[in-house]
Every structure is written in C-alpha cells, then in structure tokens.
Design a protein around this ligand. Sequence first.
Ligand code: THU
Length: 144
Amino acid sequence: MQTSSYFDEMLKQALHIKTRAYAPYSHFHVGACFRSEDNTLYSGCNIENASYGLTLCAEAVALGKLVSAGKKRIVEGIVLGSGEAFCPPCGRCRQLIREFSEDDACIHFVKGSGKSITIKTLTISELLPFSFGAPQLPAIGKNL
Ligand code: THU
C-alpha cells in the first residue's frame, strides 16, 4: 500500500507533536496526525492523568481537533510512539477512527528514525474488521 504525497508532512507533524506528549506516568510518548477529506492535517499527542483511566490517547486528541474544526472524514493518518517498535492504536482508538473513516482509510505506522524508518500501512477495516458503526443503527445512521 502506498503512502500519499502528504506523508512527509504528516510524519513531520506527528514527530513534532510527540514532543508535546504529557506522559509522566508511562513515559511513553505518542504522536498522531490525521488528514481530513480537504487535505488539512490535524495532530495530537497523548495526555495522561494521575487518575490513569482518564488518559487521552494521541489519536483521540488529533481526532478531536479534526472533528471540532468541522471535518467529518479521516482519509489518511500516521501514528508513532516512543522506542523502536510500531505503535498500533489501542482498540478504543480504532473504533474512534472508524467512526470518521471509509473502510479504505490508510493508517501508517512508523518505527525507527531519520533515514532508517520502517513504514507499515493498514486500512481501518484491516485494523478493525467486522466493526460496529452507524449502519448497525439504521434509525440514527440515516441522519448522519
Ligand atoms: N497511547 C496512545 O496515545 N495511543 C494508543 O493507541 C495507545 C496508547 C498512550 C496512552 C498512554 O499515555 C501511553 O500511550 C501508554 O499506554
């Protein structure tokens, strides 16, 4: 699967916003960047809390920025974490992304740094197959 011409800018923004992560408990910093249908980029970092369960994932923060800017569709995204491994989204974030994506929305994962990065790309339907969404709620779905 291909990356788009927006990939480099998304990577730059995800790397930058990862430096803003507030993660004093896990020390695991995450950056995410999503591209909306009009090719605007929205990025977010994880925001932890002393009440651990209140933690906001980077994807949720980026998605909140996209939706509160009036956008409804993620067409491409990137997620990266600390360390040398890929940072696949947690289950909750997969469902959050799925709400605002077509099945073929591409999410890229990046590990490594500089010139030696490795990219893995999956669609949201690969990340969250046979998922629950508006079509399962016809009375609500038809109004979206
Ligand atoms: N985290 C994210 O930001 N996104 C994910 O999809 C997985 C986990 C954050 C939450 C927490 O601040 C840290 O990573 C460790 O779980």
